[in-house]
Each structure stands twice: as C-alpha cells, then as structure tokens.
Design a protein around this ligand. Structure first.
Ligand SMILES: Nc1ncnc2c1ncn2[C@@H]1O[C@H](COP(=O)(O)OP(=O)(O)OP(=O)(O)O)[C@@H](O)[C@H]1O
Length: 422
C-alpha cells in the first residue's frame, strides 16, 4: 500500500516537473525582459554598435522582484511600452504551480485528482512597474494589486488636510492639500472619479468639520454631489453651467477679499503662514462643460494661481482631458493629478504630461497619482450608505439657510444664484 502511494507521489512530481519544463519556468523574467527589449527594438547605439540593456542587479521585493538595468547611451526610455513588457512577461505564464503546492497533497484523498487540480491552477497575471533614476528599474510582481480597498476610518488624519488617495503596492498614499493645494482628477467614465470625489468630500468633512467649506459644482445633473448639498459646510452648490458661472464669480470675489487681506495688506505668503485654519474647496465635476466659457476658465485659472495664498483649493475633474478642457494655464498651476484609465495616449498626456493612463488595467478604482513621479494606487471604496452615515450630523436643520446659499434659478428671481447671510 505504502509503496503504491509513494510511487504515485513520485509520478506526480515527475508529471509536474515536465509540465513546468514544457510551459516555461516562472523564474526567468530577467531573460524575458532582455529578449522583449531586443525584439521590440528598444536598443541604443554605442560606437556604431547596437546595444541593449544590461542587468546590473536583482532585488527581492514584497510580492516580487526588482530588476535594475543600465541603459545604453542614446537610449530613449520613452520608447519602453509597459503594456508590451507586461504582456511579454506573462507569455507562457500558464502555470502558477510551485513545488510547495505538491507538499500539500493529502495521502488520504484521491491523489491523481489533487495533482490535476494543482496543475490546472491558473497563474495570477504578473504586473510590472517602471521607474528611472539613472538606472531603469523594472519591478515584476507575482500577483496583481487588490481590486478593492475598503474605507477604514482609522486611516483618516483628523485636523490635517492630508487625504488618503489610495493604496499602492508599498503603502497607503496621502495627498496633502497644504503642500499641493489643487488637484486634477481625470478618467474614463465608470472607473472611479465620482467615487473618489465622494470619498474626498467625506474625508475633508470628517477631518476638518469646522474649518472646511465647499463650492460644489456638479455638472452631471446633480448625480455626483446632491447628497452633500445640504451640509452646513457647503456654501454654494451649482448644477448647470449658468449656476456654475455665478458660483465661480462669488468664490472668486471671496478669494479676492481674503487675498487682499492676508497677502497684500498683512504681507503673509499664504493662509498657513498667517495661522488661518479655514480652507475653501472649489470642486468641479464635469469641468469640460465649462471649459469653453472664457469667464469660467479665467476664474478657474485665477483660483489655481492665487488660491494657495487665500486658502482656496481647486479640484478639477473631467472625463475628457484634452488641451481644450485642461488648458496649459490650468495645468501649470495645478501640481497634482489623480488619473484613472483613459482611452488614449493623447488624453494621458493632456493629464499627466506623459503616457501611462491608457495602459492601466480596466479595474474601477485603479489610478495613477502624480505629484512629480507617478504612483499606481487602488483608490478607496466607500459605499453611499457609509457616506450618508458619516455626513448626516452635518446636515443643516430645516429652515436654517446656508451661510451663503446657491439655489436653482426660478422664474421670479433676477439672479440665478442668491446670497443669503446666516
Ligand atoms: N475605488 C474603487 N474600488 C472599487 N470599485 C470602485 C471604485 N471606484 C469605483 N468603483 C466601481 O465603479 C463604479 C463606477 O464608479 P464611479 O461612479 O466613481 O465612476 P465615474 O468615473 O465617476 O463614472 P461617471 O463619469 O460615469 O460618473 C462604482 O459604482 C463602483 O462599483
């Protein structure tokens, strides 16, 4: 009996070894990378000779391996296409079988069935990350990033303006609005922009309930921000281009007052230096709908330029990033981006000034966060129920008006947006 079991186990090992041989070992990524570079023509020339990348070292990292390459002289690293590289690394990656899987085979259960199951195990797709700091660093991860990172209140940072953007492979990533006051949010429809904005507003209210105020411009017909409109922190709420123009004019007027007082009269560099705790966030979704209006775009540019000093923060979200919807004056004055998957390289360049967003996997919440360098993150998922539970204590009691209220135009009103003092 024991002899039969033993020989069956040995047969299993032999079968799996020949399987791995025929399907390619998962450990030869370095040579695959070398071959992909050569085949794709990602080479340079030294003294008239074609030269390819040279592996300098390998480092074990969490969930994978980092390969560090020296590039030949004259190598244009912008040529390196991460999709081609990732696809190449995953070619023949049919088996995710490891030797330790066979150690889990139970002798008291049908052995052949268990071995078949192990051999049929589908390999997790490997993912890569590229970085360059004089050397080309290619990180190859054995498993994909998680598709969902749930909201966890312990990750909030009360009394700060640091907002959790998401989780990268290495750590949780925060955006500090004191450091970079404005942010562009871009991404194709259905991949997490609204979810991110909802999370952003909820986090700001949780972290700074007495210091944050908002102008919310919701040009998606009220779908994105309507659950926030009655909060005491929301001083203006607009949901069509005319209301948006009026709300922006009011926000600019207020900003002018603060700027004149803090920067011009008192001589401070900005609100932070002046020790002022209040911040005002102007959040626009979908910004493409006002991008052809010169007045609106002048105000947006002005807020992006002088908002740091006056305590105004701009969040500019669009699903159609182009040179028209994201004009260079706006881009130059906004120092951070969160970019979900985009359809084209041109859209990626309009948002990030480089390609990359078109190559993101089609996973809702997967995004590139960019300040100077790009970091791939999975943004935080929060349900509408959770948002509502967290913000409900801030809803103005019925009959108590906004400090400044923007209401939908009605026939008997001269101005579409009215200002009411509390
Ligand atoms: N961070 C996330 N983690 C997991 N799933 C997410 C995440 N963000 C969004 N999703 C899923 O994707 C769906 C669409 O997200 P969302 O409404 O934010 O997209 P959008 O880009 O704003 O689309 P649209 O422009 O059409 O409004 C959500 O209902 C949710 O199921």
């Amino acid at each position: 009996m024991l002899l039969t079991i033993g020989s069956t186990m040995i047969m299993g090992y032999v079968a799996s070894y020949s399987f791995l041989k025929s399907h390619g070992s998962p450990t030869n990524d370095a040579s695959k990378i070398q071959r992909i570079f050569a085949n794709a023509g990602w080479v340079g020339k030294e003294k008239g000779e074609i030269k390819t990348i040279r592996l300098r070292r390998k480092n074990k990292i969490t969930d994978g391996m980092e390969y560090v390459y020296q590039l030949p002289l004259g190598f244009d690293r912008k040529k390196v296409d991460s999709t081609i590289l990732e696809d190449g690394i995953n070619v023949r990656q049919k088996s995710g079988v490891k030797l330790k899987d066979f150690k889990q085979v139970k002798l008291n259960k049908p052995i052949i069935k268990q071995i078949k199951k192990i051999l049929n195990k589908k390999a997790a797709r490997k993912e890569i990350e590229l970085d360059f700091d004089g050397m080309l660093k290619i990180k190859v991860y054995n498993a994909p990033m998680p598709n969902e990172v749930k909201f966890d209140a312990d990750r909030l940072k009360p009394n700060t303006w640091k907002i959790l953007v998401g989780k990268s492979r290495q750590s949780f990533v925060y955006h500090d609005f004191e450091d970079r006051p404005h942010i562009i949010v871009a991404g194709a429809t259905g991949f997490g922009k609204s979810q991110f904005l909802k999370f952003l507003i909820t986090s700001l209210i949780e972290q700074q309930p007495d210091n944050v105020t908002f102008t919310l411009i919701d040009l998606k017909g009220g779908a994105a921000f309507q659950r926030f409109k009655d909060l005491k922190q929301v001083t203006r709420y607009a949901k069509n281009p005319e209301e948006a123009k009026e709300a922006l004019k009011q926000a600019q007027e207020e900003m002018n007052g603060r700027y004149e007082d803090i920067v011009e009269r008192q001589g401070f560099e900005d609100v932070k230096e002046a020790g002022i705790k209040k911040r005002h966030f102007v959040i626009i979704d979908e910004a493409a709908d006002i991008s052809s209006d010169a007045t609106c775009m002048d105000i947006v540019t002005d807020i992006a330029r002088r908002g740091r000093g006056a305590g105004d923060r701009l969040v500019y979200a669009t699903q159609y990033p182009t040179n028209e919807t994201l004009p260079s004056q706006v881009r130059q004055n906004i120092g951070a981006r969160i970019c979900f998957i985009l359809e084209t390289t041109a859209a990626s360049k309009a948002t990030l000034d480089e390609k990359g967003a078109e190559d993101l996997p089609e996973i809702p919440g997967r995004a590139i966060y960019k300040r100077v360098k790009q970091t791939v993150v999975q943004t935080i998922y929060i349900t509408n129920k959770e948002v509502e539970q967290r913000i409900k204590v801030h809803i103005r009691p019925k009959g108590v008006p906004h400090e400044q209220s923007c209401t939908t135009p009605t026939a008997d009103r001269k101005h579409p947006l009215i200002t009411e003092k509390a």
